[in-house]
Design a protein around this ligand. Structure first.
Ligand code: SF4
Length: 316
């Protein structure tokens, strides 16, 4: 059966330099290239071949086979992210549109400074599926820096904490220099933004948006998932300073609080407290998200797992 999957708009570089189709492939089953062996243009050609092969037969790539069998077993629900039995015209438009991917995902690190209870990172033992836990800075720079202006969006996270890589800040600055218009997006638990100098570098590099993963609105509710290592008060201070630096440097970096709704952190008072703190600390958006694991909130039976339940935008 022919199949169009919207996730095929990206190239994902894992921490060992291998390349896979999309962020839905945490253990790299669909690997098809490697930045150590394939230059930028070769990867684009391979991406196009893989794209055409998946469109013709989703069972041709192992991770796509899993996706396809899951949605087939569910009776092909309308999710808006894929299409089955497309017309020839739709296929042509899809391939034309996706063959030059506009989004690059780079997993700077496949390890994390936290070990959250039930996080995919620990459940699937992601690091054991990579031959290197931190991306080779020189190989990555050689591969991308003089090609970066071909890319519209750079997502600097996948499975693992970006700032565990000691040269992440340097890489962000180099990318910004070589591609002034590229939109850089980062997701982090924020704890490693632990000095003013690091926060200044990040904001000064004009990152488009930073997602802070903070799953609760006080120490107790956060630590149930993020463990006792997570210092909630310290994080609020880090975010507040990022917001001040933004103002001082005249930058537009969007500061986003991503809040996973579990059974224990989704009472009205938790939510009101999160809104209060977000406004107070200069957060631009607060996104409530329904996770699949380990204990998603039951207050949203009509929402599918791994979807946004609500987004609150603050005007400062
Ligand atoms: S079918 Fe699944 S693995 Fe394949 S590209 Fe789509 S989301 Fe990724």
């Amino acid at each position: 059966m022919q199949f169009l999957c919207d996730y095929l708009n990206e190239i994902v570089i894992l921490s060992d330099g291998s390349i896979t189709t999309c962020c839905m492939d945490p253990i790299g089953l669909n690997r098809y290239a490697d930045i150590g062996q394939d230059d930028f243009e070769t990867v684009l050609k391979k991406h196009e071949c893989v794209l055409e092969s998946i469109v013709e037969d989703p069972l041709s790539m192992p991770r796509c086979r899993i996706c396809f069998e899951k949605i087939s077993a569910a009776g092909f629900p309308e999710t808006g992210t894929y299409k089955t039995n497309p017309s020839n015209k739709e296929i042509k438009a899809f391939v034309n549109n996706k063959k030059r991917p506009r989004q690059l995902v780079i997993e700077m690190s496949s390890i994390c400074n936290l070990n959250c209870n039930g996080c995919m990172q620990s459940r699937a033992d992601i690091p054991s599926t990579r031959t290197h836990p931190l991306i080779d800075f020189d190989a990555l720079s050689t591969w991308i820096l003089d090609k970066a202006d071909n890319i519209d969006y750079l997502r600097l996270y996948n499975y693992g904490e970006t700032f565990v890589h000691p040269r992440s800040f340097e890489f962000i600055e180099l990318i910004r220099k070589s591609a002034p218009d590229i939109k850089i997006e980062i997701a982090t638990n924020g704890l490693l933004l632990d000095t003013r100098a690091k926060r200044k570098r990040l904001i000064d590099a004009n990152v488009h948006c930073i997602y802070f993963s903070i799953h609760g609105s006080d120490t107790q509710s956060v630590q149930k998932y993020m463990t006792s290592v997570f210092d909630f008060e310290k994080m609020m201070g880090i975010i507040a300073e990022c917001a001040r630096l933004k103002q001082a440097y005249g930058k537009n970096t969007c500061l986003i609080w991503k809040y996973l709704l579990f059974e224990w952190n989704d009472t009205d008072s938790h939510i009101e407290q999160a809104k209060y703190l977000a406004r107070k600390n200069g957060i631009d958006q607060l996104i409530f998200w329904l996770p699949g694991f380990p204990s998603p909130s039951k207050r949203f039976p009509d929402y599918s797992i791994n979807s946004v339940v609500d987004t609150i935008i603050f005007d400062h």
